[in-house]
Design a binder for this molecule. Structure first.
Ligand code: 5GP
Ligand code: ZN
Length: 113
């Protein structure tokens, strides 16, 4: 499958990992939009949030446990934003489910620019 994040999971494309276990990987975004910008993904290929269902949703719960742990380790005690872009209108560019952790500065209060 021609999926960028599956290639990162397979080690075919290098990444700066911050966390890895059997089902989840977290790594620094290549083009950070905030001082801390980490991407958290399931190792299982799920194309987007619209593909989450009762068979695969356990990994999503685990991703949020990982986000809490990773955010602490990255020093984001003062808060952070979690973003998921889903589909064309959501602005998703990589078609493998992922959650952005954005932080390291005070973010704007608006949800969209
Ligand atoms: P999306 O726009 O789909 O929500 O987010 C995709 C993210 O993947 C973008 O923030 C982009 O900078 C990041 N990205 C794209 N290619 C690579 C890559 O090769 N390595 C890493 N670490 N991040 C990437
Ligand atoms: Zn994939």
């Amino acid at each position: 499958m021609d999926c960028l994040f599956c290639k990162i999971i397979a080690g075919e494309i290098p990444s700066r990992k911050v966390y890895e276990d059997e089902t989840v990987l977290a790594f620094h975004d290549i083009a950070p939009q905030t001082p801390v910008h980490v991407i958290v993904i399931p190792k299982q290929h799920i194309s987007c949030a619209a593909e989450i269902n009762e068979d695969n949703s356990a990994v999503v719960a685990h991703i949020f446990e990982v986000i809490a742990k990773v955010a602490k380790e990255l020093g984001l005690e003062n808060g952070y934003r979690i973003i998921n872009n889903c589909g064309e209108d959501g602005g998703q560019t990589v078609k493998h489910l992922h959650f952005h952790i954005l932080g390291g500065k005070k973010l704007s209060e608006g949800l969209v620019k």
